[in-house]
Design a protein around this ligand. Sequence first.
Ligand SMILES: [Zn+2]
Ligand SMILES: [Zn+2]
Length: 132
Amino acid sequence: MRGKCLCGEVAFECDAAPVVTVACHCTHCQKTSGSAFSVNAIVPGAAFRLTGAYAVFADQGESGGSVERCFCPKCGSPLASRLGNGMVAVKVGALESQEDVTPALQVWTRSARSWSKALLAAPGFETNPPSA
Ligand SMILES: [Zn+2]
Ligand SMILES: [Zn+2]
């Protein structure tokens, strides 16, 4: 798997397939993604490498465990989080290929926004909606 941030300053690669890919509804993922949840591919830390001048925010997750949140200081894109258990949570929005992962689980649903489940059933447009 390969990926990079919006501006291209920070990139990453991973030699291993994800153990699992999850949608995380925890409040910290909501904050750092600026969205209702974050979709993360969980990979072994030894197989994952970041390149470029990335920044790290040393966070304590909602679970209480350590979470080193790696992001691009130039464009602000979140890229990956090094977890206390040696795994890395790769932000799938940064992946080059959407074929690399298939989300299979949701975690921290107790923190989920009340409207998250209904969102995917809302009316959709391929691009911006037509102006009225
Ligand atoms: Zn960037
Ligand atoms: Zn989370």
